[in-house]
Design a protein around this ligand. Structure first.
Ligand code: SAH
Ligand code: SF4
Length: 363
């Protein structure tokens, strides 16, 4: 049959799953249900440290409680629908279906030294960057913290099956994390908990298109996560034409927020730069970018564009990419070029389309 996405269910009507609950909230629930105090930690250990795939696997939990939890608190709020593998088995995309029929994508990338999961935080995106597939259909809805946790736990389990620990996490899938800030921070809190997955904050990178108030908010959070800012252009005219929210928070305000963040945290900011032929790849643009960023505790990550079939942008040729990177490096700006994984299976940056693809998914 063909899967037609149903209308999203309002958040208040969506049941919470186990993965939505931080340890203290789980403890509260279980205490109310008359369970002993240690039960929540036991469950957390099964779900996160042992990566149990379901309650049935949690063998030292009483069967009656397991059955009751299965009825009242499903472990996961969404389930994998299919998996696509490419890059000689080193890039694995999982397509999920949520409880209300939305489609969400997650990508696991295996490198020699690390295994990184790219997590989605929304179905679609309201920002609408002109070169990005996710933004094409606007925002359908935010994901819950639990829906982000599932992606992470499943990736950790998949990596483990392949004999690898999951080492890094990037919020660079579908959606704008800073337009779903509360759920994103709740998610970070859950996976960071040392009683559970114990995922180090320094191994987590949150990428934003530049929602200034939330950059300031992140600086106040207790977690030492990394911040990546999608800059893509050194001036307002060009940036506003690519990243529409630049009209609300222009380059100067964005960089001022980054400076406040660096001053408050002492942590380096990464600037992402999707390089597009004839758009933002000129030598003069590279020099302007270098001048703009000079003296900042930062790093530039050039992402050669992944062309999206219905959009007019193209990737520069390799010589053009090298030249742009060299101008930045020569000007003293730490620069790397990051080619996306998973291009063949539409798993690369900007290729995740979720709801759009659902029109074509056969299940
Ligand atoms: N919404 C957040 C995070 C998700 S996108 C953000 O915009 O930062 C992760 C990165 O991929 C961003 O830098 C984004 O601009 C970039 N990206 C989007 N579409 C792309 C494409 N077609 N090719 C290359 N990079 C793209
Ligand atoms: Fe949204 Fe990021 Fe895509 Fe822009 S690049 S539309 S902010 S997901």
């Amino acid at each position: 049959m063909t899967l037609n996405p149903s209308r999203p269910v309002r958040r208040a009507d969506r049941p919470a799953s186990f993965y939505d609950l931080p340890l203290d909230e789980l403890e509260g629930r279980l205490r109310e249900a008359g369970q002993p105090g240690y039960r929540a930690r036991q469950l957390f250990d099964w779900a996160y440290a042992k990566l149990a795939p379901d309650y049935a696997a949690m063998t030292n939990i009483p069967a009656a409680l397991r059955a009751e939890l299965g009825e009242t608190l499903p472990l996961a709020a969404m389930t994998p629908l299919r998996e696509l593998v490419t890059d000689d088995g080193e890039t694995i995309k999982t397509l999920y279906r949520t409880g209300d029929g939305q489609l969400v994508e997650t990508v696991l990338m295996l490198y020699r030294e690390r295994a990184t999961v790219c997590v989605s935080c929304q179905v679609g995106c309201a920002v609408g960057c002109t070169f990005c597939a996710t933004g094409l259909g606007g925002l359908t809805r935010n994901l819950s913290a639990g829906e982000m946790v599932v992606q992470t736990v499943d990736a950790a389990r998949r990596a483990k099956e392949l004999g690898r620990p999951l080492t890094n996490l990037v919020m660079m899938g579908m959606g704008e994390p800073f337009q779903n800030y509360a759920a994103t921070m709740r998610f970070v809190g859950i996976i960071h908990d040392p009683n559970g997955l114990n995922f180090g904050a320094r191994r987590i990178t949150i990428s934003t298109s530049g929602i200034v108030p939330k950059i300031d908010a992140l600086a106040e959070e207790p977690y030492q996560v990394n911040l990546a800012v999608s800059l893509h252009a050194p001036n307002d005219e060009l940036r506003s034409s690519l990243v529409p929210i630049n009209k609300r928070w222009p380059v100067e305000e964005l960089l001022a927020a980054c400076d406040r963040y660096i001053a408050a945290t002492g942590r380096r900011v990464s600037f992402e730069y999707a390089l597009m032929a004839g758009i933002n790849d000129g030598d003069d643009v590279a020099r302007d970018l270098a001048a703009l960023l000079r003296g900042r505790l930062c790093h530039v990550n050039i992402i050669p564009l992944n062309p999206v079939d219905v959009l007019p942008y193209e990737r520069p040729d390799p010589a053009g990419i090298d030249r742009f990177a060299a101008i930045l490096s020569d000007a003293g700006i730490p620069t790397t070029v990051r080619y996306s994984r998973g291009v063949e299976i539409s798993a690369a940056c900007g290729q995740l389309r979720g709801e759009h693809q659902s029109q074509r998914v056969e299940v």
